[in-house]
Design a protein around this ligand. Structure first.
Ligand SMILES: [Zn+2]
Length: 89
């Protein structure tokens, strides 16, 4: 990076905002099993990520059919954000 570029960068204000552009990555949803197994480690089985929030919930029911004692889950939501040059408008 040149000195001029460094100087310019120092004067730019950045805003962090959710990325709602048409070409932004999609928001995705997934579920992870939090149930502790016999050796006290998390099961950690995870559903595939989906753009449909209800799809991973179906995975939870399938997982519990296989492991009836696994009743604790976390929902993982991945939402794209972007750094934008400039102050918030
Ligand atoms: Zn599990």
């Amino acid at each position: 990076m040149t000195a001029a570029a460094r100087r310019r960068f120092a004067f730019v204000d950045w805003t962090l905002r959710p990325d709602r552009d048409d070409d932004a990555p999609p928001t995705t949803y997934a579920f992870r099993c939090l149930t502790l197994t016999e050796d006290d480690t998390e099961c950690a089985a995870m559903s595939p990520a989906s753009e449909d929030p209800t799809e991973p919930q179906t995975w939870v029911f399938d997982h519990m059919r296989e492991h009836p004692e696994h009743t604790g889950y976390a929902e993982l939501i991945e939402r794209p954000w972007v750094m934008w040059p400039g102050r918030p408008s």
